[in-house]
Design a protein around this ligand. Structure first.
Ligand code: HEC
Ligand code: HEC
Length: 210
């Protein structure tokens, strides 16, 4: 099973603009500088972590601890990242990127992105389906992902206003087990029907405007 980003996808065209050398420019021995490190990340995640590619998540505006935890889940392998091909033909992914960062680097870059505003992506959505998603979410998910996954201080990924395509890919990864989830989330997640999952994605895509 290939997890590579499709040849013609926008993300691939985007990252083709720079090389591994440019991407890993931060991995020197100097003191951690969040702004400098983030330049490499912004190549994929967009300026200030506001992604312009539908298969790359926005991260600007997540909390510091949220970002550190997400990076940790790549480091320990709870999450198998998707491969992205660079201009020089080499492949890179989040698992590799995280290995290159020291703990100080991770903290510095997390502080940088936590100081950016979260900007929901305006996207089309089905309001009735989003309302159905909200009803399920309130019961099964809101305890951890409060107010429809919109609250920074939950210290998790913000999902309200995230790209639809990215969210669909993560739900698929949870379904196939490529991405592991906390036992307490699994208990709830496994009770969702396929329609529930679609409805919850619709809720997130609506950014609470249903
Ligand atoms: C080559 C492109 C690329 C670069 C460079 C990159 N990322 Fe990512 N990042 C991705 C993709 C694609 C995903 C989501 C899919 C996956 O798991 O592979 C992701 C996921 C993430 C997530 C999880 C977001 C969520 O909602 O769960 C965080 C946090 C993150 N990246 C932070 C960073 C940081 C910090 C840097 C720089 C040190 C960085 N990324 C550099 C492509 C990139
Ligand atoms: C007990 C708390 C808890 C509950 C309940 C819970 N989650 Fe989560 N969820 C988490 C944690 C913790 C993570 C982060 C995992 C990681 O670091 O990769 C997460 C991550 C996610 C992500 C990935 C977001 C991203 O961009 O990285 C999605 C999607 C998600 N949860 C959906 C749901 C849905 C849908 C429900 C309800 C069925 C739910 N969760 C219930 C704790 C919970």
């Amino acid at each position: 099973m290939s997890k590579a980003v499709d040849d013609g996808s926008p993300a691939r065209m985007l990252v083709a603009a720079f090389s591994m050398a440019a991407l890993l420019a931060w991995s020197g021995v100097h003191a951690a500088n969040g702004v400098e490190i983030a330049e490499g990340c912004d190549n994929c995640h967009g300026k200030n972590g506001h992604s312009t590619e539908e298969d790359v998540p926005s991260i600007g505006g997540f909390s510091e601890f949220g970002i550190m935890d997400l990076l940790e889940s790549y480091r320990v392998g709870n999450r198998e990242a998707r491969k992205i091909r660079l201009a020089d033909g080499r492949e890179v992914d989040m698992n590799m990127i995280v290995q290159r960062l020291s703990e100080d680097d991770i903290e510095a870059v997390a502080v940088h992105y936590a100081s950016q505003p979260w900007k929901p992506h305006p996207q089309e959505f089905d309001a009735a389906l989003a309302r159905r998603g909200a009803a399920v979410h309130d019961i099964k998910c809101d305890k951890c992902h409060s107010e429809g996954g919109s609250v920074k201080d939950d210290d998790l990924a913000i999902m309200s206003g995230q790209w639809r395509k990215y969210l669909e890919m993560e739900f698929d990864d949870f379904d196939t087990g490529t991405r592991k989830m906390a036992d307490k989330m699994r208990e709830k997640y496994d009770t969702l029907s396929a329609e529930d999952k679609q409805a919850i994605i619709e809720l997130y895509v609506s950014a609470g405007k249903y």
